[in-house]
Design a protein around this ligand. Structure first.
Ligand code: HEM
Length: 194
């Protein structure tokens, strides 16, 4: 059984004759149906991503760990998603093998995206399946949306001499694509739930 979209839940007076199947736990801000699918990356953006990835490759563990440390720092509730991290200090977490392992998994996914920039349809399916598996890890869609800005701040110091507005836009765009398709798997659309 599907839920009403948050849009239909919020508009107009309630009609007592219509069947109500709204899911009360749906946060309107997290509803994928309200989000437009990002456009494809341009050829110039793909070039910038490939070029910067060559540099980032040398520091993937560091970039991934810093991304999550920043995320936990700015949104402490996200830290509780990883059960072994509940109540841990920043210092203990920074040296955690679990944090490092997940950071490497995230970076491996980014690498997959970079190597498949010309086969975006295939990548989108992989991202959607990955997002779906994150239901089991109790990850909320909004946590996925928070990753892009933290990742950006984590990579900037590694790309200092190369950094440009265009590069920032290319990475922002790629993370919009990653986040959109992962959230699609995490919260299937109304049609897919039926
Ligand atoms: C760009 C965003 C993310 C990517 C690409 C990503 C990627 C992955 C991958 C590849 C795995 C390995 C297991 C599998 O394939 O199912 C995994 C597991 C997991 N992810 Fe993520 N993830 C992301 C965001 C998050 C966020 C924001 C959280 C929590 C706040 C999270 C929590 C977990 C947990 C708890 C696991 C299982 C334990 C582990 O493998 O470390 N993920 N993730």
């Amino acid at each position: 059984m599907g839920c009403f979209s948050s849009k239909s839940k919020m508009t107009g007076p309630q009609n007592s004759n219509s069947p109500q199947t709204a899911c009360e736990d749906v946060d309107p801000l997290e509803n994928i149906e309200d989000e437009e699918e990002p456009e494809n990356l341009t050829e110039d953006q793909k070039k910038l991503l490939r070029k910067s990835w060559l540099i980032l490759q040398n520091d993937i563990a560091k970039v991934g760990t810093v991304t999550f440390m920043r995320l936990f720092d700015s949104h402490p509730d996200v830290q509780n998603t990883f059960l072994p991290f509940r109540g841990l200090s920043n210092k203990d977490m920074e040296s955690s093998a679990i944090l490092r392992a997940h950071a490497l998994r995230v970076m491996a996914t980014v690498e997959k995206c970079i190597t498949r920039l010309d086969r975006i349809d295939k990548t989108n399916v992989i991202l959607k399946e990955l997002g779906h598996r994150h239901i089991d890890y109790q990850v909320k869609p909004k946590y996925i949306s928070l990753m892009g800005p933290q990742f950006m701040m984590a990579i900037k110091p590694h790309l200092e001499s190369q950094w440009s507005e265009e590069m920032e836009e290319a990475w922002t765009h790629l993370f919009r694509i990653i986040s959109y398709h992962m959230k699609k798997g995490l919260r299937p659309s109304k049609a897919e739930q039926i």
